[in-house]
Design a protein around this ligand. Structure first.
Ligand code: 8X3
Length: 256
């Protein structure tokens, strides 16, 4: 049996927030689909291990730091085909009345300004590919409001709107712009970070929920979006586990 190999040079993808969760799963899935993956995250040891595993490139990069983002663009090279703006997160769960302005600034900084910085830095290389895709990782929190989520929902609505704006502005260019908006995804860190390291609170989020999404489910959607034919722009994918019919409608099974 003969195995057909893709005659094209390995295309390049950049994934931010690649040290764990959705970012790491996306880097692995892109690599399995034949991409040279530039894995960027703050934690250098983690991205180094991942890059070694998938024969990619590791870049220690905090997307809120302009110099580090410039370093990421330099490492990515002159031609980039796929950018996955995944770095983001939720910090805190206080009601608006009691919320911490510094946490809100930090959320806007990583979920919106970080995306802006990385996109600006990589646009020349994306343009140079002649056929590029930007996938921004948003959230169902960018679709609705929920109690205690004010700062995060505001930031993720920002992610959504920046995605839409960019699609309008780049319509004449060979660059597609998409957003993946997942609901409940059980990753080791998202809720733990939100609740400041309180594992019990983090576990409560998923308590009794049969099969929340996992990082690989979201990675699968991201890579599907990134590998459509070049005339096909998937504007947005909103995805949730079957047990979450809406943000406030989560089916929980009785606990032991
Ligand atoms: C994560 C989804 O429901 O915690 O982005 O806001 S949610």
């Amino acid at each position: 049996m003969s195995v057909e190999t893709d005659p094209r040079p390995r295309r390049t993808a950049v994934v931010t927030g690649a040290s764990s969760g959705i970012g790491a799963a996306t880097a692995r899935t892109l690599a399995a689909s034949g991409f040279r993956v530039v894995c960027a995250a703050r934690r250098a040891d983690r991205v180094a291990a991942l890059a070694e595993e998938i024969d990619g490139v590791a870049v220690a990069c905090d997307v809120t730091d302009a110099d580090q983002v410039a370093g990421l663009a330099a490492a990515a090279g002159e031609v980039v085909h796929v950018l996955v703006n995944n770095a983001g997160g939720a910090f805190g769960s206080d009601a608006v009345e009691h919320a911490d302005a510094e946490q809100w600034k930090a959320m806007y900084d990583v979920n919106v300004i970080g995306l802006l910085r990385v996109t600006q830095a990589l646009l020349p290389a994306l343009r140079a590919s002649g056929d590029a895709v930007i996938v921004n990782v948003g959230s169902t929190a960018g679709r609705v409001a929920y109690e205690g989520g004010g700062g995060y929902t505001a930031a993720k609505h920002g992610t959504k709107v920046v995605t839409e704006t960019l699609r309008l502005e780049l319509v004449a260019e060979p660059i597609r712009i998409s957003e993946i908006a997942p609901g409940m995804v059980h990753t080791p860190e998202f809720s733990l970070v939100r609740f400041g390291g309180d594992q019990e609170k983090a576990d409560q989020v998923y308590a009794g929920v049969r099969d929340p999404l996992v990082a690989e489910d979201v990675a699968d959607a991201i890579v599907w979006v990134a590998t459509r034919p070049s005339h096909v722009n998937i504007d947005q994918v909103v995805m949730r586990p079957r047990a979450q019919a809406a943000q406030h409608k989560v089916h929980r099974e009785p606990q032991g």
